[in-house]
Design a protein around this ligand. Structure first.
Ligand code: NAD
Length: 381
């Protein structure tokens, strides 16, 4: 019997409601797939501040340190966040801190438009084509967002008509820096992800303008030689952003630098129809001892205070995040697939929460958070 210890950080707003459904689904997998989960619930976000004075209490961090993976809900409550200095607000003090603490360098955002949800996608059916099923892999710890120098400084220019023959401006400097090692490790994650999918990797860069892009393309091409079964193509970021709208079904895995991935993952996310459908994974290194890759798994959306506590939230993003944990941290591919197939079945049968509902739904199939969780469990093979 394989045992996995999971730090469960449900957080604020809809976090606890959708997390409950994800844990239910994971429990239902234990006997089917011969595994056992030890769920270690810990407070985070406003739940952490209210319980222990901090968005990420020491005890919570200790639970994460001792865990094989972290299953995260969402943190933050807009009204209350504004009362705190920026660095103490839950998203920064808990989530960004955890990403840094565990050096989670790879962010995976699968975007899939499930059967029956075309109405929720902003594209016409003719553009949806054979379907949308894309994994955006974003480098998360390097690139333009972290390069140094990063500052705003005074900048003197010659101006004969100005006082003293000069003019003082301000100029802002950000630096795009990436090393071969950083490119290699994110490339390996992407090729491995492609191997578990349709075996096509599209690497995004700006090699026609940026030195970063030239190195990126060279290193990804080199890493690709170890994955001859994966088809590799390169695309400029501006073209990728256009193609995502014109012909999204051509993409399988999209590998991106940090800022490019930030932008393209949100653009792609809009195609899935609802934040409630979007899981994510942030991965660190694989432990040599256990063979488990540490990761933090969370829905892409926030705490949705407008619908919290009403059994209205869509738990699918949280449940699919748990499936990503099974795949990428624990290597439990069959269990991960089982969850994804059960979600597909439930949606094909017409079960809907409000965020993915349409006028043509059967009213009896418009249900709440816990009913979707139950239906997914009932659909597990
Ligand atoms: P949000 O993602 O919480 O909500 C935006 C809209 O999407 C709302 O209408 C909400 O009802 C809907 N929505 C989100 N998830 C849904 C789900 N599972 N099912 C159905 N509908 C869903 O964004 P926001 O309102 O801008 O932020 C609310 C709070 O969440 C803020 O405090 C923000 O800082 C925080 N936040 C946290 C995270 C995180 O923890 N990773 C991410 C984004 C925002």
């Amino acid at each position: 019997m394989k045992k996995y210890r999971v730090a469960v950080l449900a957080g604020d707003g809809i976090g606890p409601e959708v997390m409950r459904e994800a844990l239910k689904v994971l429990r239902a997998l234990e006997s089917r797939f011969g595994m056992e989960f030890e769920f270690r619930q810990a407070a985070v976000g406003w739940a952490g501040i209210d319980a222990a004075g901090k968005a990420l209490p020491e005890e919570t961090l200790a639970e994460c340190d001792a865990a094989d993976a972290v299953l995260f809900g969402s943190v933050g409550l807009p009204g209350r966040d504004a009362t705190l200095p920026k660095d103490e607000r839950p998203e920064r003090a808990a989530l960004l801190y955890l990403r840094k603490h565990f050096e989670l360098f790879a962010n995976l955002r699968p975007v899939r438009l499930y059967p029956g949800l075309n109405h929720a996608c902003p594209l016409k059916d003719s553009r949806i084509g054979s379907g949308i099923d894309i994994m955006v892999v974003r480098e998360l710890t390097g690139g333009l967002y972290f390069g140094r120098p990063k500052k705003t400084e005074e900048y003197v220019v010659v101006d004969e008509e100005g006082p003293g023959g000069k003019r003082v401006l301000l100029r802002a400097i950000d630096t795009m820096v990436i090393t071969t090692e950083e490119i290699e490790r994110i490339a390996h994650v992407s090729f491995e992800a492609a191997r578990l999918r349709r075996k096509k990797l599209t690497s995004v860069d700006k090699a026609n303008v940026l030195e970063n892009g030239v190195l990126w393309r060279d290193v990804v091409t080199e890493v690709g030689k170890s994955y001859p079964d994966v088809e590799l193509e390169h695309v400029f970021v501006d073209n990728a952003s256009m193609q995502l709208i014109l012909n999204p079904s051509q993409y399988d895995v999209l590998l991106c630098e940090n800022m490019f991935g930030d932008i393209l993952s949100d653009e792609a996310a809009a195609l899935a129809g609802s934040l409630g459908m979007l899981p994510s994974a942030s991965l660190g290194e694989t432990s040599e001892e256990s063979g488990i890759r540490f990761g933090l798994y969370e829905p892409a959306g926030g705490s949705a205070p407008d619908i919290a506590g009403k059994n209205l939230a869509n738990p699918i993003a949280q449940i699919l995040s748990a499936a990503l944990m099974l795949r990428y941290s624990f290597g439990e591919e069959a269990a991960a697939r089982a969850v994804e197939l059960a979600v597909e079945k439930v949606l094909t049968q017409g079960w809907r929460t409000g965020d993915i509902a349409s006028a043509s739904d059967e009213p009896a199939k418009r249900v709440g958070t816990s009913q979707i969780g139950d239906a997914i469990i009932a659909s597990l093979d």
